[in-house]
Design a binder for this molecule. Structure first.
Ligand code: AMP
Length: 394
């Protein structure tokens, strides 16, 4: 990262229709690992990336060409940042709307603030899905204890209570197994706005990534099979023969969502699949997704390169898969007895190591991931799990 003075970008490069060629400067909101991998993809293609963040030495800040230090609430700072880049994207959905709206007055924001507004609030997101006729988990909007009691009696138990905003990786959500638990559940999430969802007894979880360009062209990845542990994504695998049957339907739903939302960028649609092959959309992420990290090593165009291409108005890259793959997250828990055994894991030639540069390891914190490449997806999954176990051997 450098601290050079920012130069103003000429107004001729700001047209939202002309593609931004390598050499252009992309701004990003959000400073985590998704921003880091986006930045690495952008820089490989010759773009510059400016980060807007107050975090010091963040995963994105360590690699960005320049960090503009500011708070989202400071709309003048947001405007200063926006004036010096040619397009803005984001790597997390909780960027305050006022900040993206201000930025959009000066420079294209992709995906648009309208997309962000829909998907950063679980009730708005589910209403949108209903409106376009897509099956999602049954739900009720809840904004008081009495709303919750009524919703529990309508949807039945078990059900899942979630904060309408800000929740991720199972944070801000609680399962309600019997109606009497509603009061304690309401207190535990401590939220003014929430959603109650019917519990889906799924046989597995899967995701589809869908990228859409400024010309409306769409490219998809998946279905990717996802296994969670304690609500956090644990292992992703692709292609899974068990998902071949529902794949076309899931892809069609993701295409419909990315089109109806008028996304320019990449989204991830997460699904529950039941034993009788019913698909329920769980949620939409308006950005690259943890389940798509294996696209870096196992697809011709990674989800991050696709984000670069879409936000810069360039043609999409092919989403052809080069071979079966599985990804395992490396959480901070792996560090509890000291530094993981990198030496041994790097002796396995089919394993790719990705670390995000986070200085302190905490339980549940995503520190990096491993990707295994093999002849079959099942073999890749076996290898990636084994490699992760090796990390804690001395
Ligand atoms: P979320 O943050 O909504 O993606 O939820 C995290 C995880 O909790 C999901 O990946 C599921 O494993 C589980 N979960 C969330 N909502 C439901 C639901 N309505 N029914 C069953 N499991 C759920």
């Amino acid at each position: 990262m450098t601290t050079m003075q920012l130069d103003a970008v000429s107004s001729t490069t700001r047209s939202s229709s002309s593609p931004l060629l390598p050499g252009a400067t992309i701004g990003i909101f959000g400073s985590g690992q998704l921003g880091r991998m986006f930045t690495q993809a952008a820089q490989r293609m010759g773009y510059r990336v400016h980060l807007f963040s107050t975090d010091q030495a963040s995963p994105t800040g360590q690699v960005a060409d320049l960090q503009y230090s500011g708070a989202y609430e400071d709309l003048d700072a947001v405007a200063d940042f926006a004036r010096k880049v040619e397009v803005i994207t984001f790597e997390f959905e909780n960027v305050p709307l006022a900040a993206v709206d201000r930025a959009q007055q000066l420079v294209p924001v992709r995906p648009s603030p309208t997309v962000l507004k829909t998907v950063q609030h679980r009730v708005r997101e589910k209403r949108f899905l209903q409106q376009i006729g897509i099956t999602c988990t049954p739900f009720r909007a809840v904004s008081s204890e009495s709303d919750l009691q009524e919703a529990v009696s309508e949807l039945g138990c078990p059900a899942v209570l979630k904060t309408a905003e800000e929740g991720y990786d199972g944070k801000g959500q609680v399962r309600i197994d019997k109606a009497e638990d509603a009061v304690s559940a309401w207190k535990s999430i401590g939220s003014a706005e929430a959603i109650l969802e019917g519990f889906i007894d799924f046989s597995c979880e899967l995701s589809i990534l869908a990228a859409r360009g400024t010309d409306g062209a769409i490219a998809t990845y998946g279905p990717i099979g996802n296994q969670h542990d304690q609500h956090i994504l644990d292992v992703s695998t692709v292609p899974l023969p068990a998902l071949a049957k529902v794949g076309p339907k899931a892809i069609e739903i993701a295409r419909q969502i990315v089109t109806q939302l008028d996304v320019v960028g990449i989204i991830c649609v997460e699904f529950f699949l039941t034993k009788d092959d019913q698909l329920f959309v769980n949620e939409i992420a308006p950005r690259p997704h943890n389940s798509g990290h294996l696209t870096i090593d196992a697809f011709v165009t990674s989800q991050f390169e696709q984000q670069v291409r879409t936000v810069c108005g360039m043609p999409l890259g092919t989403t052809v898969q080069t071979g079966p793959a599985a990804m395992a997250n490396l959480l901070g828990d792996l560090w509890c007895d000291g530094e993981p055994n990198w030496q041994r894991v790097l002796q396995i030639p089919e394993i790719k190591l990705h670390l995000y540069g986070k200085e302190s390891a905490r339980p549940g914190r995503k520190m990096g991931h491993l990707t295994a490449l093999a002849d079959t997806a099942e073999e890749a999954e076996r290898m990636v799990r084994q490699a992760r176990e090796i990390l804690t051997t001395r």
